[in-house]
Design a protein around this ligand. Structure first.
Ligand code: PPE
Length: 314
């Protein structure tokens, strides 16, 4: 594996070596994609490693499992604590944490209810998601010919592996055609999201992002950006975005745990604004990065410092 992974993996309450974190191919998840996951960044800060918005990521995992009737057997507190332990036992400075919950080995057939629910917490080092220069220079993207999953087919509010079959189609088409990423439209033809990112548009000083009803994942970076944008005095609206708005916007950017805040400099080879990251995008990016890297006061309590005693943690 080319990624730098951390050796100790948490599995159902115990730490095991990375090489032993395997599943049998007859497991329910392999045939039926019965898997939920999260993606969480742990940043290096002057006060040691800090996990960004651990509570919200844990809550979203629990919500995903509720939607799919998976009984987790661990409380939110136990799962959060296990992620802090994961960082500690692996001596991690910064990493990407990937919790996975899936239906394991047992029965065969679609009915998932008799298969055990397995939980793993993995950690690896992950650099810039859309390329090393993406955050500074912006990325070139396209509108996908694949639409996002329709309401009441696969639930978009759950972060489920099955949703990423749709995401893979979007991503592969974009890469094949020479773009870094694809943006999907929802079933009504309005802008939805990237294969692994939420999207924002800036026009005339206003910041707009699609509503959750546009089949988007309720992104935690999305929520953080809305909070920071309001704090910085920008009007923020959740409203339907027409495809062509992306072509005539002043600025467009992606948000996501992996992508952080990535400017978009062109859509379908049409330049966004001047074809370079815009000032509002860059000011949000700077504010976001300074908080997550612990360089400024964590006024929203978004960081969980892993090396502090339990009582002192936010
Ligand atoms: N939409 C999708 C479809 C999505 O996958 C992500 C995260 C987001 C929006 C942004 O959500 P948030 O991370 O809470 O701000 N995508 C994750 C997986 C990427 C991957 O390739 O795997 C991520 O960024 O961790």
């Amino acid at each position: 594996m080319s990624v730098k992974y951390y050796e100790k993996v948490w599995h159902n309450g115990k730490f095991i070596p990375w090489s032993e974190a395997t599943v049998h191919v007859a497991s329910h998840v392999v045939s039926y994609a019965s898997c939920l996951f999260e993606g969480i960044r742990c940043y290096e800060t002057p006060q040691g490693p800090a996990i960004f918005r651990l509570k919200e990521h844990t809550d979203r995992l629990v919500n995903s499992s509720k939607i799919y009737r998976m009984d987790l057997q661990f409380t939110r507190e136990q799962l959060s604590q296990a992620m802090v332990e994961l960082v500690r036992v692996n001596n991690i400075k910064n990493c990407y944490i990937r919790p996975v919950v899936f239906r394991g080995y047992g029965e065969v057939g679609v009915n998932p209810l008799k298969n055990p629910v397995e939980i793993y917490l993995l950690a690896w080092a992950w650099g810039k998601y859309l390329g090393d220069e993406a955050l500074r220079q912006g990325v070139d993207v396209c509108i996908s010919s694949w639409q996002r999953i329709a309401p009441n087919t696969l639930p978009a509010m759950a972060k489920a592996a099955a949703n990423y079959m749709n995401a893979q189609l979007i991503k592969m088409e974009a890469l094949t055609n020479g773009y870094v990423e694809g943006i999907s439209l929802d079933i009504a033809g309005h802008v939805s999201e990237g294969s692994g990112e939420n999207i924002f548009v800036v026009r005339d000083g206003k910041i707009i992002t699609p509503p959750l009803s546009a089949s988007v994942l309720p992104g935690i970076t999305r929520d953080s950006v809305i909070t920071l944008a309001l704090e910085m005095g920008y009007p923020v609206m959740e409203q339907s975005i027409a495809r062509e708005m992306l072509y005539i916007a002043d600025e467009v950017f992606f948000t996501g745990t992996a992508a952080e805040i990535t400017p978009i400099r062109s859509v379908d080879r049409i330049l966004v604004g001047k074809g370079q990251p815009g000032p509002i995008t860059l000011s949000l990016q700077e504010r976001f990065l300074s908080i997550v890297q612990g360089q400024t006061n964590d006024k929203y309590g978004w960081l969980t410092f892993c090396n502090q005693p339990v009582g002192a943690r936010s």
